[in-house]
Write a protein that binds this ligand. Structure first.
Ligand code: SF4
Length: 320
């Protein structure tokens, strides 16, 4: 039986602004098993980054909770403990701003080992750091360089090594390759997939790149205006998308062959941009762009329902 590692329950994160309350994440629930990758996709402004920061305890949730290996990690009332922090690591999109530019790579990798008491003596720390460098295939002479002296892909490998330093159970990957050259993206993805198997890691992989997601995720969730509108196992997600928003996203993926074009959903024409999160439409948040909207869509918010095993949709077309 698969072992549940991360459990996110009814997570909400609201911000009060001069324009009103922004419901950046509005009642999101999901779980991730050991060695599983859940992908979250959505446009800018859908709430993907706020989910990342709230799950990691960087933002305190407005409501709901984050549970790691059965222990509460973050909620409105709980301050995250150092011990549990070790279980949850993050790799950010831009390694240039997530690594301290005034520290050498050696200092960057030593810090988590010292803070979490992973290695005690100087020689233990040294050997752990060397091992981390070899795992991410970086030469030892980089240890004395600063992040600004190495390439973007190499900096991202340092970020991955730093995340692995504390033997976590879960890593949140927030667009880990989108700031990198195409040539290095595949290498980073292969590395992450290898580490997942080797260390039985659970990943939450956030990206706007639906083609990439197809190759990395076991399950995919789509976000729109702070809510999840559809979740399904990856094959089912790409072959049988049900929510009009998912169909719109998938129909717009560029492909290079007629065979791939045939596999895509028929082009779904939607109008407009994602609305301001301060002014979320009544009823279904997608109704202002949805080609299939009905009268009920502006009156009632749809509930998320399971339409087949593991395939959940939040749309009145599927309400029971
Ligand atoms: Fe479209 Fe209505 Fe479904 Fe929303 S609930 S996605 S508006 S059909």
């Amino acid at each position: 039986m698969s072992k549940k590692i991360l459990d996110v329950k009814n997570l909400k994160k609201y911000f009060t602004t001069d324009q009103g309350v922004v419901k950046a994440v509005d009642g999101v629930s999901f779980s991730i098993d050991e060695e599983e990758t859940l992908g979250i996709v959505g446009e800018s402004g859908s709430g993907k980054s706020t989910i990342a920061y709230t799950v990691m305890g960087i933002y305190r949730p407005t409501e709901g909770e984050v549970i790691i290996k059965g222990q509460k990690f973050a909620s409105k009332k709980i301050k995250t403990s150092l011990n549990l922090r070790k279980e949850m690591q993050i790799v950010f999109q831009d390694p240039g701003s997530s690594l301290n530019p005034s520290q050498t790579i050696k200092q960057i990798l030593e810090l988590p080992l010292k803070v979490h008491n992973i290695a005690k003596t100087k020689s233990e720390i040294q050997s752990k750091v060397k091992n981390l460098m070899s795992m991410v295939q970086l030469p030892e002479d980089f240890l004395h360089k600063y992040p600004g002296m190495i390439g973007g892909g190499e900096r991202q490998m340092v970020s991955i090594a730093r995340a692995l330093a504390v033997n976590p159970s879960f890593i949140l990957l927030d667009e880990p390759t989108s700031a990198l050259d195409v040539s290095i993206q595949a290498k980073i993805i292969d590395m992450l997939m290898d580490f997942q198997k080797q260390f039985k890691l659970s990943y939450l992989f956030i990206t706007h790149d639906l083609s990439l997601m197809k190759n990395v995720a076991n399950r995919v969730a789509v976000m729109y205006l702070g809510k999840i509108c559809e979740t399904a196992p990856t094959n089912e997600f790409y072959s049988n998308p049900l929510h009009p928003y998912t169909q719109m996203l998938l129909s717009s993926i560029p492909v290079i062959s007629d065979e791939e074009e045939d596999l895509k959903p028929k082009r779904v024409i939607s109008s407009g941009e994602i609305p301001s999160p301060v002014n979320v439409p009544s009823g279904c948040g997608f109704r202002t762009r949805c080609p299939k909207k009905m009268a009920i869509c502006s009156e009632e918010s749809p509930e998320i329902v399971e339409v087949s095993k593991g395939h959940f949709v939040c749309c009145h077309l599927f309400s029971k």
